[in-house]
Design a protein around this ligand. Structure first.
Ligand code: 4AD
Length: 447
């Protein structure tokens, strides 16, 4: 459509003398005596391109001198070597035009804004350094997710968003209004694509979903969203050990790819958001994940001498403070905790011979705590029926899930990764609301 170049490409490959056209928004405009310096950002990379304008431009006084932060511009000219530090080249404008001006009340002035304030202007925050970087890291991570599974022969499954069943059996679902009349049954927004992924895995062997999921839990925390994206691989003929290996390889792959694809964004997160985050990620990639059973983890926690807010005893669900102590202080690297008490885990997890624990696994990482949850699935028809009865789940609703256990059932396993938790871990952003473009949380669904 045009010969415009992306700023990322100009900064990477542009050479003095090249004639280029760039388009973008002004991050800053500095009007000095007889010359204006404009930083143009088009979102393609962390840095902007410095555009230099001088009085030879016919619209210099009438237009250029009035440009300010947020204006959309188009600039054409020759690249010249930049005398300033931090950039190799800058653009000496031969033509500079205003495409879209900015009203006086533009809220994104040069000063630092709090993340809380920026959430209230989610339509403008992608223009800030931080959110541009977050969105590019999200993109690189999504690409890495698909790359990881596609290279290994996993088939992408599009799981439904409107569903009749509660995949987690936890009852934290958003009802779909009018579904009784429309579908003939009360429908909800999905909490997980796992049960459908199991259907596909028992035909295609290895599948994964990557889509939005919804939880109506009233958790107003820095790690919970009402709408989040989840990645759920599922493998037939696989046990818990194979599942944990896949989760470890997956996390390492995505992290490595993001470090390679977004070096400048990661430098920003490392310097300005969470000092040390890059080293922490490199450490994760290089280290072997520890594996502990729930019994072992509880033993370590009990022996820690720590005064936890939630006291530790066998049978409790591990709280964030316990997970973080294990990952950050005891083990010092990510760990996989397996074989949780049956009472605290979902009905579909494989019951161990001890009958008190199930083949569940959580991957815990420093800072974030639980980032992956998964299990080997109960593939024995009789045991599954018994577990569903205990959980109070009606068989009529899960008839097809039970059928899978009657027709060619095999051991199978899978896990779910919260995509935002993963992006949070990689960027060091403190609040999960700041790693998704438009957060949905209790009391808020604007934009
Ligand atoms: O542990 P969860 O609930 O597991 C499942 O949904 C299984 N069906 C997964 C499977 O075995 N296929 O959720 C999985 C992950 C968590 O580890 C966490 O990273 C993320 O999803 N998660 C959330 N992320 C943001 N906001 C929330 N409210 C989340 N709840 C879970």
């Amino acid at each position: 459509m045009s010969d415009a170049r992306r700023v990322a490409e100009v900064l990477r490959a542009g050479r003095p003398g090249d004639d280029v056209l760039v388009r973008g928004w002004l991050r800053t405009a500095r009007h000095a005596k007889g010359v204006s310096f404009l930083e143009v950002s088009d979102g393609s990379c962390f840095a902007g391109l410095q555009v230099v304008a001088d009085p030879e431009l016919p619209n210099f006084e009438a237009e250029v001198r009035k440009l300010g932060t947020g204006c959309a511009v188009e600039a054409r000219g020759a690249l010249v070597e930049s005398p300033g530090k931090g950039q190799r080249v800058e653009l000496q404008a031969r033509e500079l035009s205003l495409v879209g001006g900015v009203d006086d009340d533009y809220p994104l002035q040069k000063k630092r804004h709090s993340f809380e304030f920026l959430r209230t202007i989610a339509h403008l925050r992608p223009r800030t350094n931080t959110f541009g970087a977050v969105l590019r890291v999200r993109n690189a991570a999504a690409r890495a997710v698909h790359g990881f599974f596609q290279e290994r022969g996993f088939v992408l499954l599009h799981a439904p968003i409107i569903t009749l069943s509660d995949a987690e059996g936890a009852g934290e679902m958003f009802p779909v209004a009018g579904s009784e009349e429309f579908f003939g049954s009360q429908a909800h927004l999905t909490v997980s694509g796992q049960l459908e992924a199991e259907i596909a895995a028992l035909a295609l062997g290895q599948v994964y979903t990557f889509g939005p999921t919804f939880r109506a839990e009233n958790s107003n925390t820095s790690r919970h969203l009402a709408e989040f994206w989840m990645i759920e691989p599922e493998m037939a003929f696989c046990d818990l050990a194979g599942n944990a290996d896949l989760a470890e390889a997956f996390l390492k792959h995505v992290i490595q790819q993001v470090l390679a694809d977004c070096p400048d964004d990661m430098t920003f997160f490392d310097q300005r958001i969470d000092p040390g985050v890059r080293e922490r990620l490199e450490h994760v990639v290089a280290s072997e994940f520890e594996r502990l059973t729930y019994d072992e983890a509880v033993g370590l926690l009990e022996g820690s001498g720590r005064d936890f807010e939630f006291p530790v005893r066998w049978g409790i669900d591990l709280q964030s403070e316990h997970e973080r102590w294990l990952a950050e202080e005891k083990v010092g690297r990510p760990l996989v905790v397996t074989d949780y008490p049956r009472e605290i885990k979902a009905f579909y997890m494989y019951l161990n011979d001890d009958e008190r624990s199930v083949r569940a696994m959580d991957v815990l990482v420093p800072r974030v705590g639980e980032i992956v949850g998964g299990s080997q699935r109960e593939h024995r028809h009789d045991v599954l029926r018994q577990r569903m009865a205990e959980a109070g789940l009606p068989e009529e609703q899960y008839w097809w899930y039970l059928d899978l256990r009657r027709y060619g059932s095999v051991p199978h396993a899978g896990f779910g990764v919260g995509f935002e938790r993963l992006v949070q871990f990689m960027t060091g952003m403190a609040n999960i609301r700041d790693v998704i473009p438009f957060p949905r949380v209790p009391g808020y669904a604007e934009f």
